[in-house]
Design a binder for this molecule. Structure first.
Ligand SMILES: [Zn+2]
Length: 145
């Protein structure tokens, strides 16, 4: 019998483990709100959530809600699952995205084709899993102001 992968054969997906620094991010996604930290000293947004600013080492930050729009800075096509639970998703795209208003984030991007281009517009969306919500981007026109 050929090696056929059934969804019921897959192990459960790993789930996020929010901590005191990232709880706002995961709680926000669960409520379909996208939130990132913005440094009060240098004004730069950062991701992933962390206690100090990676740009100026400032300790104070506030939580802001990006528009959800951004452009692709770089991307890869994942052909080999880093965890067996993701085999059924292959191939999929993970991109670094420059957010409108500042900040860069890494996330999966759903595309109509198998590729992206640098500078492609993307828009944040929310993919609800059992008890957590994933930030998942889709392609969208670039919002030029
Ligand atoms: Zn800073």
């Amino acid at each position: 019998m050929p090696n056929v992968l059934s969804l019921s054969d897959l192990p459960p997906r790993p789930i996020p483990s929010p901590d005191q620094d990232s709880a706002f991010f995961w709680d926000g996604l669960r409520a379909h709100e996208f939130k990132v930290q913005e440094c009060l000293d240098c004004g730069k947004r950062r991701f992933p959530p962390m206690p100090t600013c990676p740009f100026c080492a400032g300790r104070e930050s506030r939580i802001v809600e990006p528009t959800g729009r951004g452009t692709v800075y770089s991307w890869v096509v994942v052909h080999h699952a880093f965890h067996p639970a993701f085999k059924a998703d292959l191939p999929y795209i993970v991109a670094t995205i420059d957010l409108e208003g500042g900040g860069r984030i890494a996330a999966r991007v759903d595309t109509p084709g198998a590729e992206l281009v640098i500078g492609q517009g993307v828009r944040a969306g929310y993919l609800d899993h059992g008890d957590w919500t994933e930030l998942r981007f889709t392609v969208a026109p670039v919002n030029r102001v």
